[in-house]
Write a protein that binds this ligand. Sequence first.
Ligand code: NOJ
Length: 543
Amino acid sequence: MTEDYKRYWLKEAIIYSLDIRSYKDRNNDGLGDLKGLLSKLDYLVDLGINCLWLVPFYCSNDHDGGYDVIDYYEVDPKLGDLEEFKLLVQKAKSQNIKIVIDLVVNHTSKEHPWFLEAKNTQSPYRNYYIWMKEKPANDRDDVVFKTVEDSNWEYCEEAKSYYYHTFYKHQPDLNVANPAVQEEILNIINFWMKTGVAGFRIDAVPHILKNKGEERFQGDPYDVIDIWKEAILAHDKEAILIGEADVEPEDYPKFFNKGKKINGLFNFFLNNYLFLAMAEHCAKPLKKAFERLPFPGYHGQYLNFIRNHDELDLERLTVEERARVFEVFAPCPFMRIYDRGIRRRFPPMVNNNLARVKLAMSFLLSLPGSPVIRYGEEIGMGDDLRLPERESVRTTMQWDTSINGGFSAVDPNDLRWDVINDEVYGYQSINVANQQENTTSVLQQVKKMISTRKEQLALNYGIFKILETNHPQVMVYLYSLANEHVLVAHNLSYGEEHVQVSESFNTNKFHVLLGDAEIDLTASQQLILIMPAYSYCWLSFTT
Ligand code: NOJ
């Protein structure tokens, strides 16, 4: 590391995302809770993560995984209370874990008091939402859940008008162009920043910034993010905004705006091309993706992920590319969703081939950007496709072989969340306790990747370069930070491959950090890697 290099926590973040409801039930009422999560903090510390992203835990109608908020200022009483939340933030902080929470302000639940009031034309809350007397002709321009909703406009009998919704019809969109709504959002931001959180994941950010119906932002809609940024920084100068923006990569820079706006963006684009590469056993899609991916600059950071709590949304691929991923990873229609995504976790997509599961985790922990691990990914958890929509990938965390996989001690009939209980993916076979004891387990490998990533600052701050090879199925990249280098190779092929890297290295001292490739050098100092099927290898060297 060069001396003038400035450390920045988001660059070194290893983010873990979870839903309190499905993680650990402490009061044995069949639903996860804050106390349960608190009891698992040591596990997260041991795993090595340093940032926790919690999906919404506010009062909600539970019709969209908590993204249908009824009260922005209350913890859902089923999960705990504000004092417990503050305790969690404090305890996590003392263990060097920052907490990021969801800012869900594109919409509310239709049960939110603002919406109930807004049905009255005379109410001061009327303009908190977007209304029209007549449904416009192009009424489905921005329908997200295409196979579930058929319009962006829903008629409200009491209001005698149509209201706009981007997502489910039970989630009316807020009129963020309205200064009064902007004021409310600032209040929400200030309230939660006071609890000590490290920032927000802004839900559906491109949708928030759209002009909808007849409502228009005054000035550039993106400026509202500057205001939110200033607000969080006033509480904590290290606080961050990260954003869910599934847009074309050419649009990423306007969200980053040289550090003024969003600090981190989930890299949906790279995620899609990683899936294409894995489906086709070929490095080319990933290499091509990097040709289009803008460099975010020092203040911007990509957030990489394999799967999240939603469907694997393949919208960034072309129709043909998407069809190829569907064919391989979701061959049956019931595995697909909303005409554009897959509602499976990754291990079932590869028939529980653990080499492929570890390969994906190695990509996640080594691609440029900060990794976001979805709970259960570290043990290779599966899904339950009998559950509706995206609930298939939201089953409870599998801790051990005790009743309900250690999630809850309640009678299984009284569970309020789904536990996987089958031979292959059930808690009896896949759980934390088993894997803690097994050095080759997914969990142990992921832990090693995390600790290695933390030691090798080149992976966070180094200059990234894709290296050419003589093999289309092997992806090799290099990070260089002054004279320290980390080279990472992934063999996407189902056979052992010998690959020669087309670069001459000014060293013959390679240190194997991870993986089981054999290494050799040609007379002209070119690296030769002999890589088992679906294997990865991380090497370090100095020059
Ligand atoms: C994105 C969230 O990730 C998803 O779960 C939710 O359904 C929509 N936003 C609507 O809030």
